[in-house]
Design a protein around this ligand. Structure first.
Ligand code: ABN
Length: 181
């Protein structure tokens, strides 16, 4: 047993001598300095925490990491689209509230009640189809919060609301706030 301890002592001494030989005191002090300064400065560097409240929502390629989909009218998760069914006009040459050139807003529409996460209030949103051109085909979006079957027509979204327009061709859908619920 004693010879084993002697052997360990010798090996340790040898190793320490090797290390001391190859690393001078100065280099050890320099490394210690870097570790100390780095440890103090790193926590002070700016750190982007904006993505940490995004829940299960996946970050999208090409989007800023903190971009929240419920803030972005080009995303189906945008808060006003809670009862949306159609193509987002924001992806089709129109805006949130305006039909793209060459199309007209439907004369009839359906409504949804959506929670605005920014102020915690519910808003009445009118969804108007834009009519007169063939289907846009971009950004298909279908959310059905508080949506009801066809016998409650005003809160049913799975229908072509261009039916009352001169041209019943459906292109995309806008979302207009019409009041606070
Ligand atoms: N309200 C949008 C829509 C248009 C055509 C068919 C289904 C839904």
């Amino acid at each position: 047993m004693r010879s084993l301890f002697n052997w360990i002592d010798r090996r340790t001494e040898q190793r320490l001598r090797q290390v001391a030989h190859s690393h001078g005191r100065r280099s050890l002090l320099a490394r210690l300095g870097v570790a100390l300064v780095g440890g103090a400065v790193l926590p002070m560097l700016p750190f982007d925490r904006s993505g940490q409240f995004m829940g299960a929502q996946a970050a999208e390629p090409g989007k800023a990491p903190g971009a929240k989909a419920h803030d972005d009218p080009m995303q189906c998760e945008y808060w006003r689209y809670c009862a949306f069914d159609g193509y987002l006009c924001t992806c089709c040459g129109g805006t949130l509230t305006q039909c793209p050139p060459g199309t007209d807003a439907s004369k009839v529409s359906w409504v949804g009640t959506c929670l605005n996460p920014k102020d915690g209030r519910h808003y009445l949103v009118s969804y108007n189809d834009c009519c007169g051109k063939g289907s846009c085909g971009e950004c298909l979006c279908n959310n059905n919060e508080r949506e009801r079957p066809g016998y409650r027509l005003g809160v049913h979204n799975d229908i072509n609301w261009c039916m009352a327009n001169t041209s019943s061709m459906f292109h995309c859908t806008t979302s207009v706030i019409v009041g606070v619920a």
